[in-house]
Design a protein around this ligand. Structure first.
Ligand code: SAH
Ligand code: SF4
Length: 362
């Protein structure tokens, strides 16, 4: 029975595999326990992070991603600084509390300077009231430090898979896609003092439940503060997207993603867990379902409408035809239906981060 496992306070790999395999009544019990722990540890609030995907220009070639460098079917775009600052002001004015900037990966002095200036301007224009998360891939420690000094305080860098074997099956094996470098980047971010976020894709070809259980152990052992993880969704213009025969059906990937979120909540009780947009690409109320089983962060897309269509990391990306204003009303209703309330105007920092800092000072 799963009951004896979900009520434990420390977990071994076999426990995690059992939780990830739960079906029927066991799955219901798993979801209920995750919800209970979330409410007990961090409450019923969901925090918004207004997300701007400001450029799809990328120097990398991850085998799964629709905006990889070698995909010639993508029209590349790069929002102006003014448009990004406007979006940040929109997030501030809408009381979102926090703002996320994400893009393809570029490593260059010009890019570093641009982001640094944007961060400084956004902080100033929003009276230091807007929390800022960035997700701009692998960079040098010096760059991470400069962006931290300029006002970013959270960083999202998914490890994609904590198994180096699997990592190399979904990335080209070259210097630009090196597992150890990605790990070193996560360590730099943590050392600098960012609230450090990572995550994995769920339902990848070649991936086993054992791999996913190891991913959860990796997050725990790394003492990660925040996680964003969601189902892998194939993109037809990518090398990995052409190997469909090995994939589990979308609905199973979706349910497995929910069990990953619930299991992670049970194992790491006080971290921030985002309901990934990819969930919504499979089920229209996928993110709300994630909130019901342990997630507490939602990242509404506030990229100006005309550019959304070109930031397609995967198929069926939801809401690409909406404008930011449409999303607010729609989301508010949805969150209330998910038995949660919205932490308007709050940063909604990771409680785990605060506790980790206190412990490390002692
Ligand atoms: N370039 C940065 C940020 C943008 S990509 C980076 O790679 O870190 C953001 C995330 O999108 C990636 O971490 C990956 O996990 C996810 N992603 C990319 N392609 C995907 C796909 N086909 N299905 C699901 N998620 C995908
Ligand atoms: Fe570029 Fe990120 Fe996509 Fe990899 S996952 S190709 S780094 S945007």
């Amino acid at each position: 029975m799963l009951e004896s496992i979900i009520n434990k306070t420390s977990f071994i790999k076999e426990d995690i595999v059992a939780m990830l395999s739960a079906q029927g009544d066991d799955q219901k019990a798993l979801f209920a326990k995750a919800k209970e722990i979330k409410e007990q540890e961090i409450g019923k609030k969901v925090y918004y992070r207004g997300l701007v995907e400001f450029s799809n220009i990328c120097e990398k070639n991850c085998l799964y991603c629709g905006i990889r460098k070698d995909n010639e079917n993508v029209e590349r775009f790069n929002l102006s600084d003014d448009a990004i600052i406007e979006a940040a002001k929109f997030a501030h004015k809408s009381n979102y509390g926090s703002f996320v900037m994400q893009s393809g990966e570029i490593m260059s002095p010009a890019f570093t300077n641009r982001i640094e200036n944007l961060l400084l301007t956004i902080k100033k224009e929003t009276n230091d009231e807007l929390g800022i998360t960035i997700s701009l891939g692998e960079q040098t420690e010096e760059t991470y430090q400069r962006w931290f000094n300029a006002g970013a305080h959270r960083y999202l860098l998914r490890i994609e898979s904590s198994s180096s074997d699997l990592y190399y099956k979904i990335h080209p094996e070259d210097k630009k896609h090196d597992f150890e470098s990605r790990l070193a980047c996560l360590k730099s971010l943590q050392k600098i003092g960012y609230q450090t976020g990572t995550g994995v894709m769920i339902g990848l070809p070649y991936q086993t439940l054992d791999d996913l259980a190891n991913d959860i152990l990796f997050m725990r052992n790394f003492d990660i503060d925040m996680v964003g993880m969601g189902p892998y969704i194939e993109h037809p213009d990518t090398p990995l997207g052409k190997h469909n025969e090995e994939l589990m059906p979308l609905i199973e990937r979706f349910n497995l993603a929910l069990r990953m979120i619930a299991t992670l909540r049970i194992v790491m009780r006080d971290i921030n867990i985002a309901a990934a947009t990819a969930l919504q690409a499979i089920d229209p109320i996928g993110r709300e379902k994630a909130v019901k089983v342990g997630a507490n962060i939602i990242m509404p897309n506030i990229t100006p409408g005309m550019y959304r269509n070109n930031y397609k990391l995967y198929n069926n990306k939801p809401c690409v035809d909406e404008e930011p204003q449409d999303c607010i009303t729609c989301l508010d209703i949805r969150i209330k239906l998910a038995d949660a309330s919205i932490g308007y105007g709050e940063w909604g920092d990771s409680k785990h981060f605060a506790r980790r800092r206190v412990t490390s000072i002692k």
